[in-house]
Design a protein around this ligand. Sequence first.
Ligand SMILES: Cc1cc2nc3c(=O)[nH]c(=O)nc-3n(C[C@H](O)[C@H](O)[C@H](O)COP(=O)(O)O)c2cc1C
Length: 281
Amino acid sequence: MNQQIVASLLEAAESRHSVRNFLPDALSDETLNELDDFIKELEVPFAHHTQIKRFKAEPGKKLYNNGINSPDNIAILAQTDLISVSKAGFCGQLIMLKLTSMGVRTCWFGHYKLQELAKYVGKDLAAKERIQETTWGLGYGYGNVVDAGERAICCIACGYANPEARRLVDKVASRNGIGRKPLEALMENPSDLSILPETVIRALNKARLAPSAANSQMWRFGIRDNGKTITAAKPIGYKHFKWEHPDADIGICAAHLWLALLNEGYFVQVEMKQDADRRLL
Ligand SMILES: Cc1cc2nc3c(=O)[nH]c(=O)nc-3n(C[C@H](O)[C@H](O)[C@H](O)COP(=O)(O)O)c2cc1C
């Protein structure tokens, strides 16, 4: 990836925070064209089959669990195995950072109403018969059942922030969002930090800023081969009580780490592998 693009996406990674309350204004054609070009030429360091579908949602409909739709949205679709889900997170985060760099505010949504989404992305990919909508009895997300085959993994709401209408839920959510665990708490072995050069510590600190469902930050960094290999994975056996795809979050974090290492001038090879019940980068 071109160094200028890397730098602008990384700058966006440092400033980005979720917005859940949007103005009704749609994104301009110019912004959408630039976004579409970015998606079409998306450069990632692995082969993948992630599908990225941009769509307009009807105003006032309850696509998301806070009941507020942004006019423009992106659905990220993939197979539900851990590697495909991680790759979907990685691709989605690069798109989110591109949007941020263009002044567009965003929020990941792992919980969305399938029946609403099916209207926009096609019945086969988000069909009600495939998975029962169970979360909290409200019909958002798909509960504990992980469906096989391709389906919507997450959506990204995109638009302009509504500064007038920050409800309590948004204020609490963004306050939670600002907090990130210190790097030591995210290392499989904190003493590894002492063998790493400043450049790698800086990169890990950028990875730490990645968004995660419910801000759970369950990624853990492992250092192998004397610092030449960095792994990012959830702890073995980790499960979130209402988020079915924590490996998407690992991919999201890995996208930050990849950009940050490229920005430090490293030649970076990315390999996605499965390790027990988790995806290892
Ligand atoms: C994979 C994923 C799924 C998410 N799903 C939701 C969601 O369903 N509803 C919501 O309000 N926020 C959702 N979020 C946003 C997180 O709560 C938010 O990113 C986190 O609290 C960190 O805050 P920040 O994005 O402001 O830095 C999700 C984030 C990720 C990465």
